[in-house]
Ligand binder design. Structure first.
Ligand SMILES: [Zn+2]
Length: 332
């Protein structure tokens, strides 16, 4: 599909949107969830957009949607003054490429965004899932035997197989006790050399984002799945992440993202109440959907736009406004 044809279709679709979506488009908010933006396609990370893809996605948002800062969107949702096709852009975890690659695009199109940061990995740290992916990328030889650890045996003779192996291992260890999981990750890391230590933001990069009006949100310190730790640990993880960011940025941190983010599975109503008690104005989960005035502002749904073509991306964004919010009620 040619660029112009694609653009014209999107423009036509945008005009038809109110018709397509009936009255439901009013007072609806889509919140997009990104993690990384890559300099070039990476066969170990096929789900992440390149900076070129992110560029047309943000241009499309600017031209056909109404991008808003998250806190403003929540306020306007509560007061019934959301613009049509309201959308927020968010990033989870705190990757350095958010500052290096995404920020210039966000500034180019004047797109507000929120970056949710797990503070324990700043300044050279690495999340356990990245340790597994990067270890599988550089592992010498075409075989990895983890049968001693009940994690199976893997053929690594192509990047496709290395990616499959990483995904398989991640699924197997994702919900283990964090202490057990880190031992397994250390065992996988021990077999390789030269893992990257610049994947996550530094304090200085985080300050640059903040100075450019990117909102910074809390995302705990160590990214535990809250349901797998005690309420006391969950509370201190949530609070310590908030305090670190506020001390660094000299700004109030008003928004929170639940690690992993599936309601009932990764966090419970008790964690939602902790987030409320700690003074956050809004929090985002990863349950799929679109927010409205009846949504719980402390468990807003999000979705990840995965389409690589502009037409499909735009269509899915529009179709998303017709989704509901499973958690919507009169919760406050
Ligand atoms: Zn996360």
């Amino acid at each position: 599909m040619s660029f112009d044809f694609s653009r014209n279709l999107i423009a036509a679709m945008a005009k038809m949107a109110p018709l397509l979506l009936n009255m439901q488009v009013a007072q609806r908010l889509s919140i997009l969830a990104y993690h990384r933006v890559l300099a070039a396609p990476d066969s170990m990370r096929p789900g992440e957009p390149t900076v070129a893809e992110f560029d047309w996605q943000m241009r499309l948002l600017r031209e056909h949607f109404s991008p808003l800062p998250l806190v403003e969107a929540v306020e306007r949702m509560q007061s019934g003054t959301l613009p049509d096709r309201a959308v927020c852009v968010t990033f989870d975890d705190g990757y350095a490429d958010n500052e290096q690659l995404a920020l210039p695009v966000l500034l180019k199109y004047h797109i507000p965004a929120t970056v949710f940061v797990s503070t324990g990995f700043l300044n050279g740290g690495r999340m356990w899932n990245d340790s597994v992916i990067e270890s599988l990328r550089v592992h010498q030889g075409n075989e990895l035997d983890l049968r001693d650890y009940n994690l199976g045996q893997y053929n690594l003779d192509s990047f496709a197989r290395r990616r499959e192996a990483a995904e398989s291992i991640l699924q197997k260890i994702k919900h283990l006790d964090p202490a057990v999981r880190i031992d397994l990750v250390n065992e996988i890391e021990r077999r390789v050399r030269d893992l990257p230590n610049d994947l996550m933001l530094t304090d200085a990069q985080l300050q640059t984002l903040s100075h450019n009006d990117i909102a910074i949100g809390a995302h705990t310190v160590n990214h535990p799945i809250l349901a797998s730790v005690s309420d006391a640990i969950a509370r201190s993880e949530i609070l310590a992440g908030k305090v670190y960011l506020e001390d660094l940025l000299k700004k109030e941190v008003e928004v929170f993202a639940y690690p992993n983010g599936k309601p009932g599975q990764d966090y419970s109503p008790e964690h939602r109440d902790i987030v409320k008690a700690l003074g956050f104005r809004a929090a985002v989960s990863t349950h799929w959907g679109v927010s409205s005035t009846s949504s719980d502002m402390l468990q807003l749904p999000r979705f990840t736009p995965w389409d690589r073509g502009q037409f499909k991306f735009a269509l899915r964004l529009m179709a998303n406004y017709r989704l509901g919010d499973d958690l919507a009620s009169n919760a406050n």
